[in-house]
Every structure is written in C-alpha cells, then in structure tokens.
Design a binder for this molecule. Structure first.
Ligand code: HEC
Length: 176
C-alpha cells in the first residue's frame, strides 16, 4: 500500500484538497440572506413583496364591496353562474348539475329556507373561500363577477318562490 502512495505525492494531494475547499469557501461567502431574513428588495429592482398579478386575488384580500345592482350585472351573473356553478348546482340551483348526476357530492338546493334567508354576502363568501367539499373560486372568478353570480342566485331563488302578488299585473293576468 505505502508503495502505491509515495510520500512525494502527499503534498500534491493536500494542495488539491485545499484548492477544492477554497472553492467551496467562496460559494459560502457569496451574498445571500439568512433563513427567514425578510427581503427588502430584489436584485433586479422589482417591488417586494411581489405585487399580485392582474386578475388574481390574494387569499387575505378583504371582501370587495358589491357593485350596483343593474340588469347588466344580472346578465353577467347568469352567464358566469352557468359557466362556473351549473356543473354541480344545476341551471335552477337545485343541486342536480351534470357532474352530480355522475357521482359528485350533491350540493344543497339554493331553494331551502336557510339559503333563501342567508345574506347575499354568503354566496359571495362561499364562492371566494369554498365551503366543505366545494373548492374556492377566488382564482377563477373576479370579485365583481362573484357579486354578479350572487345577485343571479337571488334571482333564481325568486324565480322558484315568488308570491303571485309580487308579479307585475301584466304577468299575473297570464297565470292560470
Ligand atoms: C364541483 C362542484 C361544485 C361547483 C362547480 C360549485 N359548487 Fe357550490 N357546492 C358544492 C358542494 C358539494 C356543496 C356542499 C358542500 C358541503 O356542504 O360540504 C356546495 C355548496 C354551496 C353553497 C351552500 C353553502 C351553504 O351555506 O350550505 C353555495 C352558496 C354554493 N355552493 C355556491 C356556489 C357558487 C356560487 C358556485 C359557482 C361560482 C358554486 N357553488 C360552484 C359543489 C360545487
């Protein structure tokens, strides 16, 4: 063994190891933050903390106030509801959407007393944060659209639970 490792080679070996360690040492000394050190700016000058990208909502965002209730908002709500909510809640909101018929857990009907009496905010909040088996829609449906959907759900509820006295005269006359 000792003959394979002549003493003259030892200094060379040590030098090589030192050079390697030296290289590691340089890496350890490069500028960096320690774990959990709050970063104050990024090297390329972007704002810190990162700003939310357009059309995204941070989870901690405060609820947005509702936009004015207009026919245009209701029409938008109908369109968005039919895209995002009907697969489970169905076109009437009674909870028998297409994927429920294929085995997804059945959501409650929007026509229960509890949901008829719930504040409109509740529908906005459920769309924002999810509810039990239902996942959140904050990343897919913008706040104004969530309010539009909530308004449309109100219209759906009224469509299934209106007293004859609530109808305009012209419509009431057509009832049999
Ligand atoms: C993939 C299926 C699915 C989709 C799509 C869906 N939901 Fe739901 N939703 C559910 C299920 C399931 C429940 C019941 C969850 C539970 O009780 O665990 C539910 C419950 C609810 C409730 C009732 C909360 C309560 O107080 O009982 C509301 C309101 C609601 N969803 C609104 C919406 C709106 C608005 C949309 C569209 C933006 C939507 N959901 C899209 C499956 C869905």
């Amino acid at each position: 063994m000792t003959r394979l490792f002549p003493a003259v080679l030892l200094p060379a070996l040590l030098l090589g190891t030192a050079a390697l360690l030296g290289a590691c040492d340089n890496m350890a000394k490069q500028p960096r933050d320690k774990t959990w050190t709050p970063a104050s700016s990024t090297s390329d000058g972007r704002a810190w903390p990162p700003q939310p990208a357009p059309n995204t909502v941070a989870r901690e965002d405060r609820p947005q106030p509702p936009p004015a209730l207009t026919p245009a908002l209701l029409a938008r709500g109908k369109e968005r509801y039919e895209i995002h909510c009907t697969p489970c809640h169905g076109y009437l909101g009674d909870g028998d959407g297409m994927i429920v018929q294929r085995g997804f857990p059945r959501p409650p009907s929007f026509h229960s007393d509890a949901l008829r009496n719930a504040p409109t905010r509740h529908f906005y909040d459920v769309a924002t944060n999810g509810w039990g088996a239902m996942y959140a829609y904050a990343d897919r449906v913008a706040p104004d659209d969530r309010w539009a959907i909530a308004a449309y759900i109100r219209a759906l509820q009224a469509s299934q639970h209106a007293a004859a006295a609530d109808l305009p005269d012209a419509v009431r006359g057509t009832l049999r």
